[in-house]
Ligand binder design. Structure first.
Ligand code: IMP
Length: 426
């Protein structure tokens, strides 16, 4: 069976973890294809909440093999801490396989992430400061260390020497920061982390292809989202990898014809963390209400997310960029009790109406949303399990999104629990 891709359609935090967990029920392999521990997935199983950063959500099912693909950047200390956390709560992590071609996040990547953000001042990107951008930059510059290098001390040290020399020069001369100790890094990675990581390292490209050839279901799990994509997002306020569905091919080593289904995850409203344009952003009481009800604080960083109304101009663009086959709409319950709900159906700029996301950064900052306002619903949706349980106004809202996006909505999330969703179309 070909693969299913799960991709965020906004600026992240759409609730991908819950959907991937739900879909993982029928999957043999769940493969993360990009990003690192800048991601945070929260999954609630039987009232117990699991916050995952690196390990794919499939780990919570005993029948799936969780895989960290070649497109991911891995801090091995974070990976081991996550394994320990899961093991201590009774989750078996022994099936986890990590691509030898994934790149390592090194201590100097954190330093450079922090230093560049500080240097950018008011223009800072608001990164997660996890060293993600600098790790991908080294990958592109071909001076990165890979997970497989943990298995070969000689290669590891050769590469480390080159990298540390360069990074220390940059840290000292450009950012006026202290140099990092090469021997300390070598000891940590080679002697403390490598022995535990080594058994997890594998050829994930072969693993994925063997699963495809055996007719198994597999899921390719993206982190972050479409508008944080390095190429298609609101650059420079983006992450340094490609969360869009094309990234799933590169980040796992399969071709586009092996993908049969692309599920776009969209929150029933929009949030963004960090800097960058956000046409439908709201403030005041409504912002507080959405943040409180939606628990809109970063899973890892604890940062308050910026909330706003649903934007179907973005959703249409996401449908094109990812060739979405369906949309899973999450957190509809958060909008209950509002008198009216708004959907942005176009933008106005310089007296003109736009129906597409403008490609130019300065225009992205200036667009004003054009809203369609719909009646709200007063009912608590958290117990809804069938379409009939949803009030008419809530159904209308979903149908409005569906028709503007031009893609069917297959699931509607009505609460954080594994079972709190309604099958919509299909
Ligand atoms: P970085 O990925 O840490 O380099 O951060 C770049 C931008 O992506 C910042 O605006 C972050 O807030 C945002 N970002 C990174 N990961 C996530 C995520 O998982 N959810 C939401 N935003 C994210």
């Amino acid at each position: 069976m070909p693969a299913t891709v799960v991709v965020g359609t906004q600026w992240g935090d759409e609730g991908k973890g819950k959907l991937t967990d739900l879909l993982a029920k029928d999957m043999r392999l769940v493969v993360r294809y990009q990003g690192g521990h800048n991601a945070g997935h929260t999954i609630v199983v039987d009232g117990e909440s699991f916050a995952l950063q690196l390990i794919p959500s499939g780990v919570l099912y005993s029948h799936t093999v969780p895989v960290i693909g070649n497109g991911v950047v891995v801090d091995p200390a974070v990976l081991l801490a996550e394994c320990d956390m899961l093991e201590s709560r009774g989750v078996d992590t022994s099936r986890l396989v990590v691509s030898g071609n994934a790149h390592l996040i090194m201590p100097y990547h954190y330093e450079i992430d922090r230093a560049t953000e500080r240097a950018l001042g008011k223009n800072k990107l608001g990164t997660t400061k996890r060293g993600i951008g600098p790790a991908y930059a080294d990958k592109a510059a071909r001076i990165g260390l890979r997970v497989q290098d943990l298995l070969d001390e000689k290669i590891f040290l050769e590469k480390l020497d080159v990298a540390v020399r360069e990074k220390n020069a940059v840290l000292a001369k450009v950012y006026n920061r202290l140099a990092l100790d090469r021997d300390e890094i070598a000891d940590l990675y080679l002697h403390q982390l490598a022995p535990r990581i080594s058994p997890m390292i594998g050829d994930t490209v072969s693993l994925v292809h063997e699963a495809l050839e055996a007719g198994e279901n597999l899921m390719l799990e993206g982190a972050q989202a479409t508008f944080l994509d390095l190429d298609h997002g609101t650059y420079p306020f983006v992450t340094s990898s490609n969360p869009t569905a094309g990234g799933a091919c590169v980040g796992t080593g399969i071709g586009p014809r092996d993908i049969s289904r692309v599920v776009g995850i969209s929150k029933a409203y929009v949030t963004r963390v960090g800097s960058g344009p956000f046409p439908t952003e709201v403030d005041g009481e409504l912002a507080d209400l959405l943040v409180d009800r939606g628990r809109e604080y970063g899973t890892n960083t604890g940062r308050r997310r910026r909330p706003g109304w649903m934007d179907v101009v973005m959703l249409r663009q996401a449908a094109r960029l990812n060739s979405l086959s369906e949309i899973a709409l999450t957190k509809l319950d958060v909008l209950s009790e509002l008198e009216t709900v708004k959907v942005c159906v176009g933008y106005r700029v310089d007296g003109e109406r736009l129906s597409r996301v403008p490609y130019h950064q300065s225009v992205q900052h200036r667009v004003e949303p054009i809203y369609e306002e719909l009646p709200g619903w007063q009912d608590d949706l958290s117990g809804a399990t069938t379409l009939e349980d949803l009030p008419k106004a809530a159904r209308n809202y979903v149908e409005c999104i569906e028709s503007h996006a031009g893609v069917p909505v297959s699931y509607v999330g009505v609460g954080p629990g594994r079972e709190q969703y309604v099958r919509f179309s299909q």
